[in-house]
Design a protein around this ligand. Structure first.
Ligand code: 2P0
Length: 323
């Protein structure tokens, strides 16, 4: 038996990934830029055990489906030259599958733990490419701080990996997560973003403008320009949700509290607080602000009708092994 345990932190894209280009292993149609989050993470233990006849998984103390996990573990087994089945035990310290990027932290933690347990010692770029094949956004959770995922051009995906832009301490930023629903979403991201070229009339425009959004965000980060970072993030989020709404059949991830929280963020901003929102494929609202404003932002969002809870987090580290 060989085993390893890893922790990977969730991430939120500021410039969003949505849509895949042709080819295997979640090749993104657009690049993306994200922040890794300190207080939202997944811990995953992987044990390769010759006594097992099939892979087994447990998530948050309940048996979990291995349909997506076995083909992913096969990639690792193939690379390591082993055939042993694995037992996976995973725990999220936040609601699973509700738009808090549990597949990002989950597949990043699984990638690090399973490669180590299989006897592999891959560099971060290889880990990122492998994690991408589990879930596109997981490629970014291999790294900490501000991270860019490259779309890549090659059919084999060998240039579709993430890289760090800034370490967490290089530019302290906070994210206040307003949780408006803890249920798992009805349409997962992979299904939501499938065949977009046939399902949305807006898809070509989304892809065509992504490079300029990424370039603007890289410049804002280099200049530590929070207002531009925030404005580009809010716009990328709204464009993403415009694309989702335009996708037959229209994908509506928001609930009334999501919309109320978006207005609350804009009201705070109108009153002088530097804060911007972003939202993933789910109903939670994430407010970006300098750390000096996060207590005030959390108080304001907690008071929004329908907001169940708030979580404050700074930027988190790269994925790492636990003892
Ligand atoms: C992102 N999301 O950039 C975007 C914004 C959600 C909204 O990446 O099919 O679970 O596994 O590659 O990574 C969520 O999609 O999808 C996502 P797959 P994933 O964070």
């Amino acid at each position: 038996m060989t085993q390893a345990t890893a922790r990977a932190h969730s991430n939120i894209a500021l410039i969003k990934y949505w849509g895949k280009r042709a080819g295997p292993g979640n090749l993104p149609a657009v690049g993306s830029i994200s922040v890794t989050l300190d207080t939202l993470y997944t811990d995953t233990r992987v044990v390769f055990d010759p006594a097992l006849a099939a892979d087994r998984a447990q998530l948050d103390d309940a048996p979990a489906d291995t349909t997506r996990l076995t083909p992913f573990l096969d990639l690792i087994r193939q690379r390591a030259g082993i055939d042993t089945r694995a037992a996976i035990v995973s725990h999220n310290n936040f609601p699973t599958g509700a738009g808090l990027a549990s597949s990002a932290s989950g597949f990043a933690a699984l990638t690090l733990a399973a490669t180590r347990a299989a006897g592999l010692d891959l560099d971060r770029r290889e880990l990122s490419m492998l994690a991408r094949q589990g879930s596109g956004s997981a490629a970014r959770s291999i790294f900490g701080g501000l991270v860019e995922m490259h779309r890549g051009e090659r059919d084999d995906g060998s240039d579709a990996y993430a890289e760090p832009i800034l370490a967490p301490e290089d530019w302290p930023l906070d994210v206040v997560v307003a949780i408006t629903d803890t249920a798992s979403k009805k349409i997962n991201s992979s299904i939501g973003m499938s065949n977009l070229d046939q399902r949305s009339d807006y898809y070509d425009a989304w892809v065509a403008h992504s490079e300029s959004d990424l370039a603007g965000m890289r410049e804002a980060i280099a200049a530590r320009d929070f207002e531009t970072l925030g404005a580009l993030s809010e716009m990328s989020c709204l464009k993403l949700h415009g694309l989702m709404l335009s996708t037959r059949p229209g994908l509506i991830y928001w609930n009334p509290a999501t919309v109320a929280a978006m207005h609350a963020v804009r009201d705070l901003r109108d009153a002088g607080t530097p804060v911007y929102f972003t939202i993933d494929a789910g109903p939670q609202v994430k407010a970006l602000c300098p750390p000096s404003h996060s207590a005030e932002v959390a108080r304001a969002l907690a008071a929004v009708p329908g907001v169940l809870d708030t979580r404050r987090t700074g930027l988190g580290p790269a994925a790492y092994l636990l003892p």
